[in-house]
Design a protein around this ligand. Structure first.
Ligand code: GLN
Length: 411
């Protein structure tokens, strides 16, 4: 085996997806909607395949299908108030995962430090290590532990964050809205990070895959719009999250040419190009949404309106049984504190940390799946996550109904 895989372990998804296959629980684990994608996007794919234009069945441009990079450029030019060059400032990838991989692999050298904010989407750490980089972790911590808790209550300690920047720091990765917490970073929090990036000449990687899933009272701020940040920011997006089509595995990144060209080069030399008809259909979807943005026809508005009551319903039933939720400002996950309930259950038959044992017990015995939050922390900080599990709420009412019954019966 290549040295770069030393210490890289099987991740949480493989284990829990296997368990879900075996046990067939009510699945609030891996994040994906169990309702249909919007008709306009599936129709666009059917139309793409029906076209007499045989070229949609063949390879397209390596860095992104022309119609898709044009649609992305149009969308983000509007949102960023800056003209994006569709050819040189955008890369289409196999999901946001590949965008994360190409970004880190193309920019981090052995010995470079990469600052990662905990809890973090799990692959940032292994990819950094595969690049030979050194992950440096800084946790968000809850300001309060009693009463209703919002993801806004989880904050960075500015002094602690500043202390992590050294002359070896190459990159910081920020995920807003955050998975698993649902935190939407405020403008002032992003400004604090931006100042440190500028002071220490650090690249900022923004994972903004949940950019359209932000609830009332919060606003998604794009780091690339802050003064002096475009030049040093690569932003990652996802068609899966944007149009509820996670299985299509199409994502993208955008940023200044001087940074984007390196992930482009890496992508070209391993992936070559992403699926043409999928990119064509997503381009059509973006063109439609671009027209509908801010109007009642907007799918993105509709999705948030659909998700918000689901979030509130889940928060309510978790609160009722004493599994204190952190109510998310964005995304489609909710963290619940299971320490009280787990202490009353015999988890000895299961292995791993407390949250893993509880998740496996819940899945096998009660047929409900969540995700253990210690998976979103580095080894040294795992204890910060072991009282929590994550539930996904982008689910049909019937699914949430079943989950609610199982949770209520735990009381
Ligand atoms: N992003 C999704 C989640 O957090 C899926 C992760 C995965 O399957 N790798 O659930």
């Amino acid at each position: 085996v290549a040295d770069r895989l030393n210490g890289i372990q099987e991740n949480v998804w493989v284990e829990l997806i296997e368990l879900a296959k075996e046990v067939k629980p009510v699945n609030l684990g891996q994040g994906f909607p169990d309702f249909a994608a919007p008709e306009f996007i599936t129709k666009a794919l059917r139309d793409a395949l029906k076209q007499p234009d045989i070229f949609l069945n063949q390879y397209t441009r390596s860095y992104g299908h022309p119609r898709l990079v044009n649609a992305l450029s149009k969308l983000y030019s509007k949102l960023l108030c800056r003209e994006l060059d569709p050819l040189n400032e955008i890369l289409v990838t196999i999901g946001a995962d590949e965008a994360i991989y190409c970004t880190i692999m193309a920019l981090v050298n052995p010995g470079d430090e990469v600052i990662i904010i905990e809890p973090f989407f799990d692959i940032y750490e292994p990819v950094t290590k595969m690049a030979g980089g050194i992950p440096v972790f800084v946790p968000l911590r809850p300001k309060k532990t009693h009463g209703p808790i919002s993801s806004a209550d989880w904050v960075l300690d500015p002094k602690e964050l500043a202390s992590k920047f050294t002359n070896k720091t190459k990159m910081i990765i920020v995920n807003t809205p955050n998975n698993p917490l649902g935190k939407v970073f405020t403008r002032s929090e992003l400004e604090m990070i931006a100042e440190l990036c500028k002071k220490h000449n650090v690249i900022c990687v923004m994972d903004e895959v949940y950019e359209w899933l932000v609830f009332k009272g919060s606003e998604h701020i794009r780091m690339a719009t802050l003064p002096g940040m475009w030049e040093r920011t690569l932003t990652i997006g996802s068609a899966g999250k944007t149009f509820s089509i996670t299985g299509w595995k199409i994502g993208w990144l955008y940023g200044p040419r001087e940074l984007t060209k390196f992930p482009q080069l890496l992508h070209e030399n391993c992936i070559s190009s992403c699926a043409t008809p999928l990119q064509e259909a997503i381009a059509v979807g973006l063109e439609i949404e671009n027209e509908h943005m801010g109007t009642p026809e907007s799918y993105w508005r509709d999705l948030v309106d659909t998700l918000e009551p689901k979030r509130d319903r889940m928060a309510k039933f978790l609160t009722t049984v004493g599994m204190a939720p952190t109510v998310p400002e964005g995304g489609y996950f909710m963290m619940a504190d299971v320490s009280e309930i787990a202490s009353k259950i015999d988890l000895d038959a299961e292995t791993g940390m407390k949250d893993y044992r509880f998740v496996k017990w819940l899945c096998r015995n009660k047929k409900l799946q969540g995700i253990p939050i210690s998976a979103f922390y580095c080894n040294e900080h795992r204890n910060l996550g072991e009282n929590f599990i994550r539930f996904c709420f982008c689910k049909e009412e019937t699914t949430l109904e079943k989950a609610e019954q199982i949770i209520m019966d735990l009381k």
